[in-house]
Write a protein that binds this ligand. Structure first.
Ligand code: DGY
Length: 325
């Protein structure tokens, strides 16, 4: 009997590929940048499964290339690159990779908070460009994180992990989320507040919600104007939750003090994007989950979810249970 045919649309780690060998016949995209639409259309012909990733969109048109397509296993926890309703309509299972990247993403949110508050990237640039003349009382003075108030928007797994780390740093935690998290309230003294109160009270505002139709462009001029002038804004969730022009205005016109970003409206960010010129904006190229442990875990999960679905089992990380009969 022939093995199911799978296309792996990005060069995932060997930890995932070794699980696929002998169980499916797969081809993998290994070039720089994402596969083009043309390549995807060709490779998906007759495919039973696809391992997808953030660099390319999976829509109904692509799904229709193979009437045999049973599963799209996304190598990411977020799945806004996939048209989930289109998949559900076609009975195609969609899966993601939660849990394995929670710690790495929360660590990176803390890194951005500390680096932005203490101007670490600006200081690095300052030193390497020969501007360091002497130790000085006013030299690169930043914001004290310990004792500050952090406002967490979205208290899911990653938001919770950020809260635990913030508690360790002596921050006061307030949060706004779809659901109360009594465990985090108890263990970290976190207080559930309205969005407005969070924006007005926080010294650090950090986003940890999924991108969907409710959260798209949720953060615009009105939200930045409500924040303290001394506050910093952190985004490790998705760029499209924020109106990036409003963010640029808020940072360049000093409505807020600074921002730390790992995600953007358009990725990769064009080099002439004015946001890259601001010294009060710390930027990273979407690497929150990029630790060895997390990426190997994501590769394994992507493979396991795919294999389970192809074997007719309910995959552990199914995001559209309505498609499961
Ligand atoms: C995700 O998993 O959604 C991240 O943004 C990439 O790891």
């Amino acid at each position: 009997m022939s093995l199911p045919k799978v296309y792996v649309g990005l060069p995932i780690q060997e930890a995932g590929l070794e699980l696929l060998r002998g169980k499916v016949e797969f081809k993998i995209w290994k070039e720089d940048g994402p596969p083009s639409r043309e390549v995807l259309f060709k490779e998906l012909e007759g495919a039973d499964g696809l391992i997808s990733g953030l660099p390319f969109r999976v829509d109904g048109e692509l799904m229709d290339v193979s009437p045999k397509l049973k599963v799209v296993s996304n190598y990411a926890v977020g799945y806004d690159n996939i048209d989930v309703p289109a998949a559900t309509k076609r009975g195609i299972l969609i899966t993601n990779t939660p849990d394995v990247l929670t710690a790495a993403t929360a660590d990176l949110a803390l890194l951005l908070i500390l680096a932005t508050a203490r101007r670490a990237f600006e200081a690095n640039e300052f030193m390497r460009s020969g501007k360091w003349k002497t130790w000085g009382p006013d030299l690169l003075v930043g914001m004290e994180v310990s004792g500050s108030t952090i406002g967490i928007i979205g208290m899911g797994k990653i938001g919770g992990a950020v809260a635990r780390r913030a508690f360790g740093f002596g921050m006061k935690i307030i949060y706004y989320s779809e659901e109360r998290r009594l465990d985090i309230e108890e263990s970290c003294g976190a207080k559930f507040v309205s969005m407005e109160e969070l924006l007005k009270e926080s010294d650090i505002v950090t986003l940890h919600c999924l991108l969907n139709e409710q959260t798209r462009n949720m953060f615009g001029e009105a939200q930045f104007q409500m924040m303290k002038k001394t506050a910093i804004f952190i985004n490790t969730a998705r760029g499209a939750i924020v109106d990036q022009k409003a963010l640029y205005k808020a940072c360049s016109e000093k409505w807020i003090w600074a921002a730390g970003l790992d995600v953007y409206e358009a990725e990769p960010v064009p080099l002439d994007d004015p946001i890259l010129k601001l010294t009060n904006v710390t930027t990273l190229p979407h690497i929150a989950s990029a630790s060895n442990v997390s990426r190997n875990g994501m590769a394994r999960k992507a493979a396991i979810n795919l294999l389970e679905a192809l074997q007719g089992n309910r995959p552990p990380d199914l995001v559209n249970p309505e498609a499961w009969k």
